[in-house]
Design a protein around this ligand. Structure first.
Ligand SMILES: Cc1cc2nc3c(=O)[nH]c(=O)nc-3n(C[C@H](O)[C@H](O)[C@H](O)COP(=O)(O)OP(=O)(O)OC[C@H]3O[C@@H](n4cnc5c(N)ncnc54)[C@H](O)[C@@H]3O)c2cc1C
Length: 392
């Protein structure tokens, strides 16, 4: 199979990269190992778009026009929900079910060839990709490649060096599940208190402390998010199958125990039940590419701009180095920093681009640029860059 542009991974970044490359006229193939697009925003049930709007705005002012706003408009039309202000930032609630459908429509309209259940297993310069699907290997020859895997899998496949924070610094993972049958208003503080009671009485494990709930916008439905330490089986390594397996089973076990406890002890939750598990536990940070330029947290905090910026990073550093909630660090005067194009170009590798949470940046900058609104923007830019690299 031949492609002008091969996009690896169809999360927020890969969706935008593929649509943007196809709209730029490139024959674009998008491979995704799951059966739907959206990445963490669907498979892991992450249900809020952050980074779409400027910090401290009196109203939701777009940080990046183009695909981020197009996706936001489609989401608002699907859910009927508008952006809401939380402290200094505006966020857009999103529903994973709608996100998957919106993504399908966008790639179809743009003419992207999507291969679901297809996982990159090897890559050679040139670019020659080997993609596994149900025991068969498909070969794809591509003019340009965009790694939107979130885990810099193309770097691993090529055997080139990547960047990674120390295990104890990596942003912690979380497990999000869908819950139905909740009656009445969601009283966040009361629920948190109920969990503490359950731990004190010995009915709930200590790990339940990290669980909180948010309405989904659909009647009776909420999302439960359990912050995990990642150290359930020892050192946290989001690329290790044993560690990932422990995240999945611990997430399900603790969520189920909380649900049982709430059914017996929390008014309005008598008929509540877990309606869906995520396809995978949520991982915030793993490998990152080493690019021509590395965006730093200091630059994000200074609201730095560069001559070749392709997008703005409009989210504070959201550090989650423990499972006890985020530490937010805001840029000076709330000014959004620019993301330079060099952070999307793999160092020393022609026509290999990267977008989303594994672009070339340090651990602190990743705590800002990983949000989905920014991933749409880096994806769109990488798609354009990849398409134009074929003619330059
Ligand atoms: C628990 C949690 C809560 C979060 N909360 C928010 C929030 O409220 N708001 C917000 O905006 N962001 C939030 N984030 C961050 C955000 O969801 C992610 O950083 C963002 O979705 C990353 O997008 P991405 O496209 O870079 O990667 P991903 O969403 O991880 O997508 C990568 C895709 O590549 C695919 N893939 C990987 N390897 C291969 C391969 N070898 N072959 C083929 N396909 C492959 C994967 O299946 C996946 O679909 C949260 C993250 C987590 C984990």
């Amino acid at each position: 199979m031949k492609a002008d542009v091969l996009v690896i991974g169809g999360g927020s970044a890969g969706l935008a990269a593929a649509v943007s490359a196809a709209r730029s006229g490139a024959r674009t193939v998008l491979i995704e190992r799951h059966g739907m697009l959206g990445g963490m925003g669907t498979a892991s049930l992450v249900h809020t778009f952050c980074g779409l709007y400027l910090i401290d705005g009196d109203s939701p002012e777009p940080a990046n026009d183009g695909l981020p706003m197009e996706i936001a408009d489609r989401m608002r039309a699907a859910t009927g929900r508008d952006a809401v202000k939380m402290g200094r930032v505006w966020v857009l609630p999103q529903h994973p079910v709608d996100f998957a459908a919106i993504a399908d429509a966008m790639v179809r309209e743009a003419g992207v060839e999507v291969l679901f259940h297809s996982e990159l297993v090897a890559l050679e310069p040139g670019w020659k990709a080997r993609v596994a699907c149900r025991g068969s290997i498909l070969k794809i020859d591509a003019g340009a490649v965009i790694d939107c895997s979130g885990d810099a899998v193309a770097a691993a496949a090529l055997g080139v060096a990547d960047e990674r924070a120390a295990p104890e610094k990596l942003q912690r993972p979380a497990y999000v599940c869908g819950v139905q049958g909740v009656a009445g208003e969601l009283a966040g503080l009361e629920l948190a208190g109920r969990i503490v009671e359950g731990i004190r009485s010995g009915d709930l494990p200590k790990a339940a402390l990290g669980m909180h709930f948010r309405v989904s916008g659909r009647t009776g439905e909420v999302f439960g998010t359990l912050d995990l330490s990642g150290e359930e089986t020892g050192t946290y390594d989001p690329t290790d199958p044993g560690c990932l397996s422990a995240l999945e089973s611990t997430g399900r076990e603790v969520a189920q125990r909380v649900m049982l406890y709430f059914r017996g002890n929390q008014p309005g939750w008598e008929a509540a039940y877990i309606s869906h598990w995520p396809a995978r536990a949520g991982v915030r940070e793993s490998r990152r590419w080493i690019g021509e330029v590395t965006l730093t947290g200091q630059e994000v905090l200074a609201g730095a701009r560069h001559d070749d910026d392709i997008a703005l990073a409009a989210w504070p550093l959201e550090l989650r180095e423990t499972n006890r909630g985020p530490k937010l660090r805001y840029p000076e005067n709330g000014r959004a920093a620019g993301i330079p194009s060099g952070a999307l170009k793999a160092k020393g590798l022609e026509r290999l681009f990267v977008a989303g949470r594994c672009i070339s940046c340090d651990h602190e900058a990743q705590a800002s640029i990983r949000v989905m609104g920014t991933c749409f923007a880096t994806g769109e830019a990488a798609g354009r860059m990849a398409a134009s690299s074929l003619t330059s």
